[in-house]
Design a protein around this ligand. Sequence first.
Ligand code: FMN
Length: 179
Amino acid sequence: MSEDALNNIRTRRVVREMSDEPVSREQIETILEAARWAPSGGNLRPIRFVVIEDEETRRLIRLVSPGMFQKAPALILLCLNEDVMIEHSLPASDRALLIDVGTAAQTIMLAAHGIGLASGPVTSYSKAAISVILNLPDSYSPEMFICIGHKAESTRRGMKTWKKITWRDLTHWERFPQD
Ligand SMILES: Cc1cc2nc3c(=O)[nH]c(=O)nc-3n(C[C@H](O)[C@H](O)[C@H](O)COP(=O)(O)O)c2cc1C
């Protein structure tokens, strides 16, 4: 992996305060094209993307999304398409489905960061209200928003910072010892 790719991974941070500067259609398409390459369990590709730029729709979405602190100029909603699950006899509980949401989400955020944009994931919202606001097809289950925009010049908001975690804190090598 090139040093640039590693740096892109290391320096991406969730941004919760964004400016009003718009994001171009070309930038969104670049991000979506990257997301298409995210790994997918069985290569079944159950994720569908819904892009929201309309100001009033974004306002309504924020009203039902307590975890969305950003006023982002563009939102990408990751939906699981239940038609794909039915077609392949996958139960909704199949863990590959949410893993697919994760691989797509991280690919989107890294792609956004790679082209100089800020991003932030949001899972804290009313799924029922989002389905109504966006008039989602019954088969679309809204799983995660990724807010896309530009980092505000001065940012105050951040999540509580825990003690600095290193990869060593998160990793165990080989078999666990038996009692
Ligand atoms: C599954 C998942 C759900 C998340 N939901 C939210 C959310 O609703 N609102 C929010 O501000 N951040 C959300 N985050 C972002 C995390 O809080 C953030 O990734 C974490 O604090 C580490 O920050 P960093 O990614 O900048 O290192 C979510 C992240 C993940 C992976």
